[in-house]
Structures are given as structure tokens and as C-alpha cells.
Design a protein around this ligand. Sequence first.
Ligand code: ITT
Length: 199
Amino acid sequence: RKVVLATRNAGKIVEMRRILADAAVEVEIVGLDAFPEIDDVAETGLTFAENALLKAHAVAKESGLPAIADDSGLCVDALNGMPGIFSARWSGRHGDDEANLRLLLAQVSDVPDGHRGAHFACAAVLALPSGEERVAEGALRGVIVRAPRGTNGFGYDPIFVPEGESRTTAELSPGEKDAISHRGRAFRALAPLLPEMLG
Ligand code: ITT
């Protein structure tokens, strides 16, 4: 049984593979690099789930294989939920984690402690070439700190401290992050649905 990961984000690929392996999902996972002819799909949805569905269905249709997508981001209370679905391109430079994180830190620099709440959100989707789909979501609450700490993970991890933690998600071990993360929760919810879908 083969599944294509419908993402070009290296940080996500590492975590998705790790979480699915830990969930004992027995599939051969192939990357999008095996399909150089597949173009990026426009993420025109208004929610994480809509965008994950767009990506998974496009790749399933074009590759002819079941596809798994992740749409995720950081929703900051003081910014009315932004950057949210725009997290990967918040600075205007898609995938420039450092620029995105610096801009976000500057935007919340005047927000006092006690008002720096935020959550990571993830929608995980499996889509089949037939058009069948399954969706699962996960979230992780926390706060935005004032200066980056840690080198694990990717994206906004160095500035996010989960509720009940003192370390940023970039200071957690991979296993510690997966156990509580939005992505861990979404993909552990999706995992049990895979066997019957993949036949
Ligand atoms: P694909 O669409 O190819 O999957 P992308 O990076 O464009 O890659 P998204 O639109 O879903 O994907 O954006 C996700 C962004 O949200 C990502 O670039 C990070 O900035 C942020 N993000 C998501 N999960 C994160 C995590 O676990 N830790 C830190 N930042 C995260």
C-alpha cells in the first residue's frame, strides 16, 4: 500500500513520517519529489481543513495514488487568529520561517504577558483518487514568548510555549513534541481510518 505525502515542507515531512510510523501505520510513504510534474495547488480555502482537502485531492488525482496532506498554522489571540492559514507566507516570503517568526514577534511586542495566548492548528487529510476523503484535526494551546529559544522543530516552534510547559516546542525532544502537538493529535486521529480506506 502506497501513499503520497502532498507537501513540500521539509519540517512537516519529518514529523508526518515519524507520527505515522509511531502509530504503526503500515504503508509505503512516497514524497512529492517522485512526481516532479505535479504543480503546487493554490491554497484558496478559508480554513485549514479546506486547504488540506484541496492539496490532498489534487495530488491524489494527479498521482493516481492515495494522498495525505497537512494544512497547519499558528493562530495568535492578540492578532485575531492571524497568521492562521497564512502562517507559511506571513512575511510575504513563502516558507521563510525566520522572516515569518521575526515579523510575528514584532507584531506582538507590545502585547503584555497574560494576553499572549495562541494555538497551533493542523488539519490532516487522506484523499483517494476516487474522491473519497477523511479529515482529522488537532490543536495545541500555548503562549508566544518574547525571544526565540531552541533548535528543534521548524516554523514558529522557537517562540511557542505549550500550556503547562516552560520550554518552547523547539526545545522539546521530537517525541515530546509529537505527544502533544496539533500534528500529533491530527495524525493519530487519522491513522486508524487509513487501513479500511486503503483496502
Ligand atoms: P505545504 O502546503 O507544501 O504542506 P506549507 O509550509 O505551505 O507546506 P501550510 O500552508 O500548511 O504549509 O503552512 C504551515 C506553516 O505553519 C508552516 O510553514 C509553519 O510556519 C507553521 N507551522 C505549522 N506547523 C508548525 C509546527 O509544528 N511548528 C511550527 N510552525 C508550524
